[in-house]
Design a protein around this ligand. Structure first.
Ligand SMILES: [Zn+2]
Length: 229
């Protein structure tokens, strides 16, 4: 009885960990770190496109010759398809971030399939390109989220370093947290959009980007994109 209860509890603990930890392998394979020990990092931007921040971020990336990955939200892609087209045209990777930006860990397979399918289609329509990556909103998954992404041909991606840029802590705080927090192989999570407000303000992140790139280059880092496999 006690043993069963303990096993039950630890399984529950495992499930909770799997849902709430974005890089947990419990709910299927997820890439939370680049497969390298060299001073390489990947910049990733979630929740866009955003009419203010995304073009500025793209300008900066072009200026510094850096490629990044954009986890585009389907309903924002439908609103600003030209920006998504620009992301693709300038050689960046595009990942699916779903359509509605609801936390997926308590959602049914039917819901998840629909959300990811709509996100994928919105990207295809806007960019003429099929996304090969998926990132769950807030990283929340359950046993079927990654499997459904996989069935769509999308590799599930987590992240190594988040700097809470979406709380808008100030440009310098975003720069410092990113530059000081990065390690060899870090997948860095930033936000070019707001998952809950299509017009949300992400200009701090856009303004922080030159300082982030310069700070990391100064520390000997090189920018890479995500491995497809
Ligand atoms: Zn998001």
């Amino acid at each position: 009885m006690i043993v069963q209860a303990a096993v039950g509890l630890s399984m529950l603990g495992g499930a909770v960990h799997g849902a709430f930890h974005r890089n947990s392998f419990l709910f299927g394979s997820v890439l939370g770190h680049l497969p390298t020990r060299e001073r390489k990092v990947a910049l990733t931007f979630d929740d866009g496109p955003n009419p203010e921040a995304t073009p500025r971020i793209l300008d900066t990336l072009r200026e510094y010759g850096v490629h990044a990955t954009f986890f585009v939200l389907g309903r924002h892609a439908e609103r600003w398809p030209a920006i998504v087209q620009r992301v693709a045209g300038e050689g960046h990777q595009i990942g699916n971030h779903g359509y509605f930006h609801r936390k997926l860990h308590f959602k049914s397979p039917f819901y998840v399939k629909r959300d990811l399918g709509l996100g994928k289609r919105a990207i295809e329509r806007a960019a003429g390109r099929t996304p090969r990556f998926f990132r769950a909103p807030h990283g929340f998954r359950n046993p079927w989220v990654s499997a459904i992404a996989e069935s769509l041909g999308e590799r599930t991606i987590g992240w190594t370093l988040g700097v809470w840029d979406s709380d808008r802590p100030g440009v310098q705080a975003i720069v410092d947290r990113t530059v000081e927090g990065a390690r060899p192989g870090s997948i860095i999570l930033l936000h070019d959009g707001d998952g809950y407000n299509a017009d949300g303000d992400r200009t701090q992140t856009a303004e922080a980007l030159p300082g982030i790139i310069e700070g990391l280059v100064e520390r000997g880092y090189e920018f890479v994109t995500l491995p497809t496999r």
